[in-house]
Ligand binder design. Sequence first.
Ligand code: OXD
Length: 308
Amino acid sequence: MAILLNNQTGESQPWADALAGYLPELDIHVYPNIPNADDIEYAVVWHHPHGDLLNYPNLKAILVLGAGMDHIDQESQLPNVPIVRLVDPSVNDEMSQYVLYWVMHFQRNYERYRAQAAAKFWQRHMTPLSRQFRVSVVGAGPIGQFISKRLALNGFASQSWSRSERTIDNVESFYGDQGLLTILKSSDVLVNCLPLNRATRHFLDHQKLSMLPKGSSLINISRGAVLDDRALLNLLDSGHIANAALDTFTEEPLAKTSDYWQRDNVYITPHMSGSTYPTLACEVIANNIKRIENGEQPFPIYMPENKL
Ligand code: OXD
């Protein structure tokens, strides 16, 4: 019994070491060094080469070692086994802290104080009350829900939008087309947590972004291509959207020629809002493998719906 491991965009060895610590009884084969495809029962992968997962006749499950599922959605065919998402509490924590940081930055207008300090100018300004400061998270998957709850716990008017109805404690939830119009019109900060798939590419286009109130801000922590970049730049330039904190981009690394670098009201970070630490993530992955071995369901199971 063996695990196929491939972290295509990073190092595989720290993952192999961490998995071996939690599952000492399993052999771990790092792609492409697979002595015998028949031995592979679990695939722990990130951006694995297209079609390769069909080569393991005894595969029991695919376990993803990062948060996004777009690489899975890009597969035209997958083996008929459960696909298990990684929901890593420490990634949720970090991503919600990233969002809180920028929400507070925009709410309290720290940029203005920085400019005042540069001019040695002392002047206080009123801050919008947190409980009236509406922060809307679009996308209510595991990460989106966690962030909405964190925002509520921190006293913000936390709002959430999803395609179908969901209830999240202490969060005002909206759903469907009508709910989207309502939430867009009533957001001081919009946080994009939508996954990238066929239904969401350029979902946040000019029409939707211009429904945000003038002076609102945007935070993107999911995938760059959910945004229409040109539309966002135009709305930032006209001042309709006051600020954007962008952690993810259509092309990464962000090209040196990107217009985003030229804007003072765009805060760029290099896809760092939530780091996945192999030792922590492998505990979650190993527990799911143990569950399957004990005849239990792993969770959460991913159902690809809107392929890329
Ligand atoms: C992601 C990740 O999916 O970093 O973006 O895990």
